[in-house]
Ligand binder design. Structure first.
Ligand code: C5P
Length: 217
């Protein structure tokens, strides 16, 4: 049974890679960022300004989380993304998430012959003995452009586009900083991880590169 750990920065291509690999090899896949996003989203709809203790509340939400059942909400908004990185610095919340992610692997590994998890601490913390570890990154400008394209917005003025791109760059830089500098499970390449920069390659080229590594081993 194969375990594949994929970590990396936001919009680096790690999520698409994980999805495509899961399709190709028939393995189970968990996008672990969605767990943090779901908790952030639930906090937001409760109106986070009225919540006295966000850390306590986020743990309570996480304990009851059914993470196979959250497809309809808008979990990809910038507001949710930013709050997700903030709550992800709480080590108590991370303990609950760790347990749920490991449970997912235990429940699915045998059934599918393998599991692929993507996130920030998969190779370092959740699956330290994974058969394959990848760390995916790209320049901040490229990643922000990808996020902008995903939003599918038609702009009237070039300046609007520039403004939005700059705001995405600022948000992503802030989130990267939080993810990289937090005390518990910071975003760093795991020992033995293949480090891949996707600034100049597309999703299919990345899939090909990673598949070659997996298949030659
Ligand atoms: O991967 P995604 O951008 O959806 O993750 C949202 C946020 O959740 C990240 O910025 C990070 O702070 C947090 N996260 C994490 N550990 C993971 C997955 C996500 O801390 N394994």
């Amino acid at each position: 049974m194969i375990e594949i750990a994929i970590d990396g920065t936001a919009a680096s291509g790690k999520g698409t890679l994980a999805r495509k690999l899961a399709e190709k090899y028939g393995y189970a896949h968990l996008d672990t960022g969605l767990l943090y996003r779901k908790v952030a989203y639930e906090i937001m709809i409760q109106n986070k300004n009225t919540i006295k203790n966000i850390n306590y509340e986020s743990c309570k939400i996480a304990r009851n989380l059914n993470f196979l059942d959250f497809k309809s909400e808008n979990l990809r908004s910038e507001e949710v993304s930013n709050l997700a990185s903030i709550i992800a610095t709480n080590n108590k919340l991370r303990e609950i998430m760790d347990f749920k992610q490991k449970q997912f692997v235990e429940n699915n590994k045998k059934k599918f012959g393998g599991c692929i998890l993507d996130g920030r601490d998969i190779g370092t913390k959740i699956l330290p003995n994974a058969d394959f570890k990848f760390f995916i990154n790209a320049s901040i400008e490229i990643r922000a452009k990808r996020r902008l394209l995903e939003k599918n917005i038609t702009f009237l003025h070039e300046n609007d586009e520039k403004c939005m791109l700059q705001s995405l760059i600022n948000d992503m830089n802030d989130r990267d900083r939080l993810d990289r500098t937090r005390l518990d499970s910071p975003l760093v390449p795991a020992k033995g991880a293949y480090i891949i920069d996707t600034s100049k390659i597309n999703a299919n080229e990345l899939l090909e590169k990673v598949s070659k590594i997996i298949e030659r081993t």
